[in-house]
Design a protein around this ligand. Structure first.
Ligand SMILES: Cc1cc2nc3c(=O)[nH]c(=O)nc-3n(C[C@H](O)[C@H](O)[C@H](O)COP(=O)(O)OP(=O)(O)OC[C@H]3O[C@@H](n4cnc5c(N)ncnc54)[C@H](O)[C@@H]3O)c2cc1C
Length: 345
């Protein structure tokens, strides 16, 4: 007997080039578009695909595809955005996991709910945003997070997780660790605090205030500034394939940092509240002479050494070879192992 519910649309032999920001060639043997929790449960009940390995794909802006994908690709397309509740001290807003992150940020501002403006123009979907706890210009997703709904890829059960259960950390969460590949985030809720106050402690934003003479910007102004800064700094994936920062900024002990400063007094570093020190990965790569260099058709962006780019027709293997060569030279010179930010498949 058929289980009642939405039809499963199963696509075979799908080219993923337009579905990953690096623009890398890879085929999905099978692809299912996930528009609701029920679609996932229906897939799990499928006689052939139900128990097959799965790979969850959002906008493809944080993945490095080095080969064709044998696992069933679940393309998350859950739609919808709404105000859940207005409290005295916050707006609670919700969006479907398949919504474009940037469009959602713009929508919150249009509705008069500020708070996400520093995270404008980050490519990808709402559902992927908690996976690496996206962050930019002094704000991380965890600072505005309320809860999320995810569907377990074994049991098909929908669960609600609060911030504590998500274990958010710098570019990290439980979805990159214990729950990696085990669940699909279908809805995310945000807590946007009242009264709103701008977050302007970031050097580029301070520079904008100085240039424009605007000392008390509203949220729309901060949004516009962030978009302007990002458009100048980062290549547009539509024009030059890339996934933004390719490596995480490494965190070292104060002793390690002192040792490196002894040898390289110029090193860009940021002391953290717990006494450790965050180093600028882009600076380390630049210091090893990589800016503007290429291996095959994969290269290091001329304006920012932290960004690896597809110079046209690169394969995932070429990008990976370049990334490994960079890791080796940074380790050789500084004794620091750079960790990639995107998921390598
Ligand atoms: C130009 C550029 C600039 C960027 N700038 C930033 C930045 O400033 N800050 C920052 O933090 N990131 C940045 N990124 C990285 C990227 O935009 C984010 O990581 C984004 O959240 C990825 O979303 P996505 O939908 O494209 O995810 P994908 O690349 O499709 O997936 C990323 C990972 O999340 C998993 N995943 C995706 N959707 C779901 C879901 N619904 N449920 C469960 N798992 C899921 C995937 O399996 C994969 O492991 C940038 C990328 C680019 C290309």
């Amino acid at each position: 007997m058929q289980t009642p519910g939405p039809e499963l649309s199963i696509e075979r032999g799908v080219n993923l080039r337009a579905m990953n920001a690096f623009g890398l060639p890879a085929q999905a043997r099978t692809l299912v578009r996930v528009t609701s929790d029920a679609v996932i449960r229906r897939l799990l009940a499928h006689p052939d695909l139900g128990r097959a390995p799965k790979f969850v794909l959002g906008g493809g802006s944080n993945v490095l595809l080095t080969r064709d994908i044998e696992a069933v690709v679940l393309k998350v397309e859950v739609a919808g955005r709404r105000l859940v509740e207005e409290r005295a001290d916050a707006w609670i807003v919700e969006a479907g996991g398949g919504e474009s992150w940037h469009d959602f940020v713009a929508w919150t501002l249009d509705q008069g709910f500020p708070g996400l403006e520093n995270l404008a123009l980050i490519p990808g979907t709402v559902g992927a945003a908690p996976v690496q706890n996206i962050g930019a210009y002094g704000v991380e997703l965890k600072d505005r997070f309320e809860s999320l709904d995810a569907v377990d890829l074994v049991t098909g059960r929908s669960v609600r997780l609060d911030a504590m259960l998500c274990h958010f950390a710098y570019r990290d969460s439980v979805f990159k660790r214990d729950l990696a590949g085990k669940s699909v985030i279908t809805r995310v809720r945000f807590r946007l605090p009242k009264p709103w106050a701008p977050v302007l402690g970031y050097l580029d934003l301070e520079r904008k205030m100085h240039e424009t003479g605007i000392v008390a910007p509203d949220a729309r102004q901060v949004f516009n500034w962030v978009c302007e800064i990002r458009r100048v700094k980062l290549p547009d994936p539509a024009a030059m394939g890339n996934v933004g920062s390719f490596f995480k900024n490494p965190v070292v002990t104060a002793d390690q940092c002192r040792d490196i400063i002894g040898r390289d007094p110029e090193i860009v570093h940021y002391p953290l509240p717990d006494g450790s020190v965050k180093l600028a990965a882009g600076w380390l790569i630049d210091a090893c002479g990589w800016k503007g260099k290429s291996i095959g058709r994969a290269g290091v962006y001329e304006k920012q050494a932290l960004v690896l780019v597809n110079r046209g027709g690169a394969s995932g293997a070429e990008v990976l070879t370049l990334a490994r060569a960079i890791q080796e030279s940074v380790y050789g010179r500084f004794g620091i192992r750079l960790e990639p930010e995107p998921v390598v498949m």
